[in-house]
Ligand binder design. Structure first.
Ligand code: NDP
Length: 327
């Protein structure tokens, strides 16, 4: 028995990627088998598909860190055939065979029920990127930050995490400042809810320890110099949720924003996010994310298009979110 999948193999010269008939006997251990209907391409999937960073740590691999589908077989007490489920993270698509496939076998403990008000396609339009945007918003809320404290800045605004973050923050009443390298997408960003769009060049200069206070909060998807500059411009007592590295993994900052303005830097990880917070995040997404905005930021592709999409997302050419329609 075989199923269609994107397969990555290691070679002497790097790696090969292709759409293949994958042997079901090669599926890894797990107590739930899922028939996948939808997946999505995130930045990390781009790294896995191109081999540009060591995301894949087992070969052969089926990349794809997210999927949605229907339980086909289960020996896990929480799941039975026909249940609609979502998976995001837990090393799937990195160390465990992932979502760019018609089938997956995983641990039942990794699965989340598909919220009743979401379709599988909508869940994957959200995906790890949207889930991470939600975790970032929740982290700011745990700091008791609210829209009356001032504006919030979102970097990598036209990307997946950025687009969902803007829609969520606007719905929650924030004055959202979108930082982008694609000023031609200003109308798109304003439709999602941005009140202001700024050129990411404003965060590109050599960071100073402190600069003029501008924003009460931030969601940063890019890291490196832009994050250092953002920290130097956060208002007294504000916080930044840091979730990404699209501009680089370094952080050329000083302790000045932390010790002189009481600024907090909040780390966001979606992969190993514990079950209760995971369920809360998905419930909040089902409640707080405007579906028309989600649709406006989403494009649908097929499994055959995934490899090219991986290159596009690393080049910063993908706007919003990509759903992979599988079955
Ligand atoms: P996207 O590629 O969709 O978005 C990234 C955006 O960053 C781009 O669209 C672009 O936005 C901006 N960008 C790209 N290159 C640069 C650069 N050199 N300098 C400044 N800005 C740049 O990716 P995702 O939204 O899927 O992911 C964003 C980041 O978040 C990635 O680094 C990803 O690894 C990380 N991530 C982390 C997670 C976690 O658990 N911590 C989970 C999910 C994602 P624009 O064109 O608007 O400037």
């Amino acid at each position: 028995m075989t199923f269609k999948a994107i397969r990555v193999d290691k070679t002497d010269g790097g790696q090969t990627v292709g759409l293949v008939d994958f042997d079901e006997a090669e599926l890894m251990d797990g107590d739930v088998t899922v028939r996948i209907t939808h997946s999505t391409v995130n930045y990390k999937d781009g790294l896995a598909l191109t081999g540009k960073a060591p995301v894949v740590r087992r070969w052969p691999m089926i990349p794809g860190i997210d999927f949605a589908g229907e339980v086909e077989a289960s020996s896990h007490p929480d799941w039975k055939p026909g249940n609609a489920v979502i998976l995001n993270g837990w090393g799937v698509g990195e160390t465990h065979l992932g979502g760019f496939a018609e089938k997956a076998r995983v641990k039942g403990d990794w699965l989340v029920p598909l919220p009743e008000s979401l379709s599988a396609a909508e869940a994957m339009a959200i995906g790890t990127a949207g889930f991470t945007a939600m975790l970032s918003v929740m982290a700011l809320e745990r700091q008791r930050l609210s829209p009356d404290r001032g504006p919030v800045i979102v970097t990598g605004a036209a990307g997946g995490v950025g687009s969902v973050a803007i829609a969520l923050l606007a719905k929650l009443g924030w004055h959202v400042v979108a930082s982008t390298g694609r000023l031609n997408e200003a109308d798109y960003l304003k439709e999602l809810g941005a009140a202001e769009v700024i050129d990411r060049a404003e965060l590109a200069g050599a960071p100073r320890p402190l600069a003029k206070e501008r924003w009460a909060a931030g969601i940063d998807t890019v890291g490196s110099t832009p994050l250092a500059n953002m920290l130097s411009m956060i208002r007294y007592g504000g916080s930044v949720a840091a979730c990404g590295l699209a501009a680089g993994m370094d952080l050329p900052t000083s302790v000045a924003p932390f010790i002189l303005r009481g600024v907090s830097l909040l780390g966001i990880d979606s992969v190993m996010c514990p079950g209760p917070r995971r369920r809360e995040g998905w419930a909040r997404l089902a409640a707080d994310l405007d579906r028309a905005k989600l649709a406006a930021m989403t494009r649908t592709i097929g499994l055959k298009d995934v490899e090219a999409a991986g290159r596009d997302i690393l080049a910063g050419h993908v706007r919003g979110r990509l759903v992979v329609e599988i079955g």
